[in-house]
Write a protein that binds this ligand. Sequence first.
Ligand code: SF4
Ligand code: SF4
Length: 216
Amino acid sequence: MCVIISPMNTIISKRTYQAIYRLLDMVSPVDFDCGTLCGAACCVCAYEPDDVDFHAEGDENADNYMGLYLLPGEDQIFDMDPSSKDTDCDWIDWGYLQAEDYEFPESWTGKVCFIQCRTAPVCRRKKRPIQCRTFPLAPHIDENGIFNMILHCDELPYECPLVTGYKDGSIALEERFIQATYTAWKHLLMDPRIYDLVEMDSELRVENGFDIIIIK
Ligand code: SF4
Ligand code: SF4
């Protein structure tokens, strides 16, 4: 099935993010804890200099860190107020990057929320970001504007056994996971900024000659 997504002038609301999180809460890439295969490589792989304190807006050292940026508006899911009694964020360090200083699409302006997990691989599972929830799949838009979920193929500082296992046929990904990640990204792509990011990443993959394996 070929699906061409036309982004609407939509900002993904907190309610939509919550619905997407709920949908993705119900699925996993495989029916066992894949962290046992690799020591949760995608969570614990981190470079954190000892001499910097990352818990502040606009931290100038943020580019020294391994971490995750949130999608536009995804920070509404979290209570980022350090003085809050809510413990939503007691497992992450967070800050805001200036989009223009990094390789984001031109449509990304202003602050981009960036988080690091303090207690990885343990986290508040219901709060883990979209990036964690849909890995090892990635959204891809080809040169004809057709949207697919593909096997993650961008360069990573670790090897994911689900990716290698899928390629050699020793691991199958759960159908429900594939369908849910597809549905989630189809909604997310309605935001033109998210669409631009996915389109930019997709173009880079093609330019770099990465092996694009379409899953759905
Ligand atoms: S997604 Fe891949 S890298 Fe992450 S824990 Fe599972 S097998 Fe390991
Ligand atoms: S939020 Fe959770 S799943 Fe995601 S990288 Fe951090 S520890 Fe891993």
